[in-house]
Design a protein around this ligand. Structure first.
Ligand code: PLP
Length: 429
């Protein structure tokens, strides 16, 4: 198999990785199940959960000078450094931490909108509400025109050629997600940023990487974006925190801050060392995968190799999901199954498939999958959270199927066999 269609881990490596996660194949209360809803919250690394739990046992404030306190403070500092330099590829700027990724997004967009002049702000029709609604909210608050770029019904993403129809010299901010959490389409951020900066060199560009970050390297310097965020609970880690990078020029903007702290500090109150210890374990894990393919001893190089290998493994799983094997046909070939916004070039897609089965509505279909031991999720236009996004893709809904890199071909085949049985039951009844 070539890179275009991904490269699978060896079966031994895949099994080894799966064993590092809690409950990959069964829920302790509800029994055996395939967890193919990783875009809604990924399988958790044991090491990431344990690192957080271990630190929650200590009462010490990380702002004191005794040994335990200094150790906790060191973890926060090291975590901050590694998130910025290794995960975001940042050479400068600052880290924002909040309880959720959505909160980081509202804080960043609000700060830019309140501090920069200009007549309009632009987002896209397929953004998660955290960025779409933040742009809308602050346009209202600051009396700006709110503009929304439509999505391509063919690719499920944003066509860079659309940028010139929405961004102008008066645009304060452009917000485009790095990859869609419904279609899995990876945006051509390089081209989008280039188009926007050609029109308005000073524009502030914000990218929600919550969907994309667990699957592919991020590089804020290469992309020249002002802000990017991710959610650890979708990145093999824990719930209860969101992390975001902001560029120097955003970090220095007036923002709610403790007076005594330096201008680049955004933290309000004492950070939780457990969250940083946990994300350091996620970085360790990705580096460990990198180490299976590289002899480098440099942590950033190992991380980049590891995430690249995750991306290739996931592309190979996506290929199998769509095309099937000698054992069972893929989604593209099962009668009665529709694959939405299905593009040939898998290099532009994360491991998500938006699909439906003829003869059964999406919500009922998800329940039928669950009865057969498969956890997936439906995005439908009757849900307040999904309506705008699915309709922007020309759909009334879709079942989102999102396995993870630690799944193997046998997991994909099990899903395909269940899907084939369901399709023959419902599409022919
Ligand atoms: C693409 C995308 N952005 C942002 C978010 C929001 O993340 P959080 O729940 O941490 O605020 C999500 C969560 O579903 C998402 O999928």
């Amino acid at each position: 198999m070539d890179r275009k269609n991904g490269i699978l881990f060896t079966s031994d490596l895949q099994q080894e990785l799966k064993a590092k996660f809690y409950y990959p194949d069964a829920d302790p209360l509800h029994g055996t199940r395939l967890f193919f809803e990783n875009s809604g919250g990924s399988l958790r690394l044991k090491s990431a959960v344990e690192a957080k739990a271990a630190l929650e046992m200590f009462p010490d404030c990380p702002e004191r000078i005794h040994e335990r306190s200094l150790y906790l403070k060191g973890l926060v500092e090291e975590g901050t450094k590694q998130i910025l330099e290794i995960m975001f590829g940042a050479k400068s700027g600052a880290l924002i931490t909040e309880l959720t990724a959505s909160q980081t997004m509202f804080r960043i967009i609000g700060t830019i909108m309140e501090n920069v002049s200009g007549g309009n702000a632009v987002t896209t029709a397929i953004e998660h509400p955290s960025s779409h609604d933040a742009v809308e909210f602050y346009c209202k608050q600051t009396n700006r025109e709110f503009r929304v770029i439509p999505a391509s019904h063919v690719t499920g993403g944003i066509d860079p050629a659309e940028i010139k129809n929405y961004v102008d010299k008066d645009t304060v901010l452009l917000s485009v997600m790095a990859a869609s959490n419904i279609s899995g389409t990876i945006m051509d951020m390089e081209a989008i940023v280039k188009e926007a900066r050609a029109i308005n060199p000073d524009i502030y560009i914000v990218s929600d990487a919550v969907q994309h970050a667990p699957h592919c390297a991020m590089d804020v310097e290469e992309l020249q974006v002002d802000a990017m965020n991710f959610a650890p609970y979708k990145f093999f880690g824990v719930r209860g925190c969101g992390f975001a990078y902001v560029s120097d020029r955003v970090a220095k903007m007036p923002h709610p801050k403790l007076t005594a702290k330096q201008e680049m500090v955004w933290e309000l109150g004492t950070p939780s060392p457990g969250n940083f210890a946990s994300i350091l374990q996620v970085i360790d894990y990705v580096c460990e995968i990198g180490g299976k393919f590289s002899t480098s001893t440099d942590r950033k190089e190992l991380y980049l190799e590891g995430i690249h290998r995750i991306h290739l493994q996931e592309r190979a799983l996506l290929y199998h999901l769509l095309e099937g094997s000698a054992e069972v046909p893929g989604l593209r070939h099962i009668k009665g199954v529709n694959v939405y916004v299905d593009t040939e070039d898998l290099t532009k897609r994360d491991l998500i498939v938006a699909m439906g089965i003829q003869g059964i509505d999406f919500t009922e279909c998800v329940a039928e999958y669950q009865k057969r031991g498969v956890t997936v999720f439906e995005r439908v236009n009757t849900s307040l959270y999904s309506k705008r996004i699915v309709e922007a893709l020309g759909l009334s809904g879709a079942i989102r199927v999102s396995p993870l890199h630690c799944h193997g071909i046998e997991d994909i085949e099990a899903f395909l066999k269940i899907t084939k049985e369901m399709a023959s039951t419902y599409s022919e009844s």
